[in-house]
Design a binder for this molecule. Sequence first.
Ligand code: 2AM
Length: 188
Amino acid sequence: MSALRCFLAVPVPQDVKPRLVEVQRALEGAGAHGRWVPIDQLHLTLIFLGAIAAERLAMVSEALANAPALNPFPLQLGGLGCFGARRSPRVLWVGVHDASGRLVQLHQQSATALRKVGVTVESRPFHPHITLGRTRTVGEGRGLAKALRTVTFDANESWLVNEMRFYSSTLSSAGATHRLLQSFPLQA
Ligand code: 2AM
């Protein structure tokens, strides 16, 4: 039985992405090394579904399509943050401001729809972020921590979220390959 590693995401608009690439380059210039997320893969993960059996994909997709409709809503870039130890972070990200609270609502509605069709959704708190890069070793983490002391990021770009995306992700030594399975437009 084949299965796909799946996740739900909110896309980052094309005109916001260059700001994120700028900070990746600035950090690299300041001595941070790691695996940077390529520009075409920058996204905000709404829910990580994990492995879904191929024959269940259509049902999962239908459940998401039938979840209550949400109107488009605004999001704004926040500041840089990290997961992992402060002296050697594992994941570098940009936070987002969800002033309307509708990103959280979209997360909750999608989680409810998924649970109804038997998908296990992790229950840890939703911490919205756009991952910029990951360190592969403690040394890289230390380099990132050091670079973060000299690089400032004051972007405050905002945009209207009008779409949720369902992706599969295939991992290899070269990194992840994301394939768009379905797009769910938010209706005005
Ligand atoms: P993140 O990098 O934005 O934190 C696709 O793999 C996406 O799913 C990743 O970008 C990652 O989100 C998220 N993801 C991957 N593995 C995960 C896991 N084990 N638990 C939760 N989220 C995960």
